[in-house]
Design a protein around this ligand. Structure first.
Ligand code: FRU
Length: 518
């Protein structure tokens, strides 16, 4: 056996590192209001000031501002009568809170939906040349549901003439009733279909999507259905989205249909699948009968994309939770956060089309690179120790055909473990000893599994931790896992065990300060 040589590639003096840590922490404290200091509170992901949040809604860009509306219950930290909460941002990372945008009314709670910029004033809501933002959402009539009826979900609209700050509901709501009594009839995503100069709406109806068209956002005509026999049907379909993307490296354009499903995700509970195909203005046709998953982690649900984003970007935000346990996570005055906003791109290889998703470019501006990395390395293991590991982005290059084990760990021995197992062509994620897991039996069911192509290729891997979440983007965002974690102390050690042939290359570590301003 070889003599065990300890190769110290880089070992930083802890004293020096502590200094950097203390400065970063101090800076963060100065900028952060007390309400964002609770344990588990994300520091650079969006979460509501207080109370319950679920799906992102009405994602729309207007005039330099990204709006984020969201399913919100202002009276409790569990789901209840739904409102649309509201926040906005210039760069998708630093958010400002705004007053609640939409309140329940006589037609019901305000469920998920979308928003469009009606620049031609097709709706007629605009006055004196102002451009309306029109929100399209589902009304959920609780009395109807309790009475055992099936027609309690309808679609309504509202408009804003002051850049999303105040809203007027349309007097003739609902704009789509539920005459055929479809029990789960909701989550309209509307977009402008340039080719046919019409508004298109996709919504879900239990086990399929329905497509409608309109010229004024008020009158809608049904066009087609998709999905009864395609894709995953482990549960009810929710929160669809449809958009066109160029296929990178070709002249092709394809349409992508996102559909969330609850339950039925590959690792349990709720998750989001997608189909790649064509849309001719009235009908969506998928290239394959089987769908793909946008994320194999357990905490990325109900995600949809921005309308009207600049430079043809397709920007996605998901709700970073899972209906299996969302209402019981161990936070007190607030509950749930969003994923980092991610840019989507479409690619093709011998296996077909696939999406990549990576944090939006502006996120880079928030990463404060550590010039010297507090790292020790031996032949088959490297270790990074940092007080501030709970708020970092680590990037490195790995070879997909080699075995790796990545671990985040704290001094109490709580640890989360992510592995590449090329022989089985899977990556695994284990949060069974990551910290608090006792709040719900389904938080840890099994080890999570993500299939992948174990090619002999060096690829980029990014690991982003924000106190109570870990987002993994492997192979430039081709393999993605988003997971919540509740360590009772911050993780302070990141280790990689690897084969002697393939130690990770080009390692960079960056700290990310809090975005929340007092
Ligand atoms: C998805 C969802 C939507 C619905 C909303 C209600 O998480 O169930 O289908 O509109 O949440 O809050």
């Amino acid at each position: 056996m070889k003599t065990h040589t300890l190769l110290i590639i880089c070992y930083l003096f802890l004293g020096c590192q502590n200094q950097t840590d203390t400065n970063a922490t101090k800076q963060a404290e100065e900028k952060t209001p007390a309400t964002y200091q609770e344990p588990f509170r994300p520091q650079f992901h969006f979460s509501p000031k207080s109370q319950w949040m679920n799906d992102p809604n009405g994602l729309v860009y207007e005039n330099g501002t990204y709006h984020l509306f969201y399913q919100y219950y202002p009276e409790d930290t569990v789901w209840g009568p739904m409102h649309w909460g509201h926040a906005s941002s210039e760069d998708l990372i630093s958010w400002k809170h705004h007053p609640i945008a939409l309140y329940p009314d006589e037609h019901g709670y305000i469920f998920s939906g979308s928003a469009v910029i009606d620049s031609e004033n097709s709706s007629g809501f605009g006055k004196n040349g102002s451009t309306p933002i029109v929100a399209v959402f589902t009304y959920h009539q609780m009395e109807g549901e309790k009475a055992g009826r099936n027609d309690f979900q309808t679609q309504g609209i509202a408009y804003s003439l002051d850049h999303g700050m105040s809203w007027v509901k349309y007097e003739n709501n609902p704009v789509i009733s539920n005459a055929t009594a479809i029990r789960d009839f909701r989550d309209p995503k509307v977009f402008w279909h340039e080719e046919d100069s019409q508004w298109v709406m996709v919504l879900v109806a239990g086990d399929h999507t329905k497509f409608y068209k309109s010229y004024n956002l008020k009158e809608w005509e049904w066009m087609s259905d998709f999905g009864k026999t395609q894709g995953a049907h482990g549960g009810v379909w929710e929160c669809p989205d449809l958009f066109k993307l160029p296929v990178q490296g070709t002249d092709l354009e394809k349409w992508v249909l996102l559909v969330s499903v609850n339950p039925g995700a590959p690792n349990g509970g709720s998750g989001t699948q997608y189909f790649v195909g064509d849309f001719d203005g009235s009908t969506f046709t998928a290239d394959s009968e089987t769908s793909n998953w946008i994320d194999y982690g357990r905490d990325n649900y109900a995600g949809v994309t921005y309308n009207n984003a600049p430079d043809d970007q397709r920007i996605f935000i998901g709700w970073m939770s899972n209906w299996d346990y969302a209402q019981t996570t161990p936070t007190k005055s607030w509950r749930s956060a969003m994923t980092l906003p991610r840019a989507l791109s479409l690619h093709q290889d011998t296996t077909g089309y696939f999406l990549r998703m990576n944090p939006v470019a502006s996120f880079q501006n928030y990463i404060e690179m550590n010039d010297t990395i507090p790292m020790r390395a031996t032949q088959d293991r490297l270790e990074i120790s940092m007080e501030t590991l709970g708020q970092t982005a680590i990037q490195l290059e790995i070879n997909l055909s080699e075995e790796y084990t990545f671990t985040y760990q704290n001094e109490k021995g709580e640890a989360v473990v992510f592995k590449l197992l090329p022989k089985q062509q899977i990556m695994t994620f284990d949060r069974s000893h990551s910290g608090r897991t006792d709040f719900n039996d389904s938080f840890v069911k099994n080890e999570q599994i993500m299939p992948y192509k174990a090619e002999n290729r060096w690829v980029k891997a990014q690991f982003i931790v924000d106190r109570s979440s870990l987002e993994l983007f492997i192979h430039d965002g081709r393999y993605v896992m988003t997971n919540l974690l509740f360590p009772t102390e911050t993780y302070t050690e990141f280790t990689v065990t690897h084969t002697t042939a393939a130690p990770p290359k080009n390692i960079s570590v960056g700290s990310i300060p809090a975005i929340w301003m007092p």
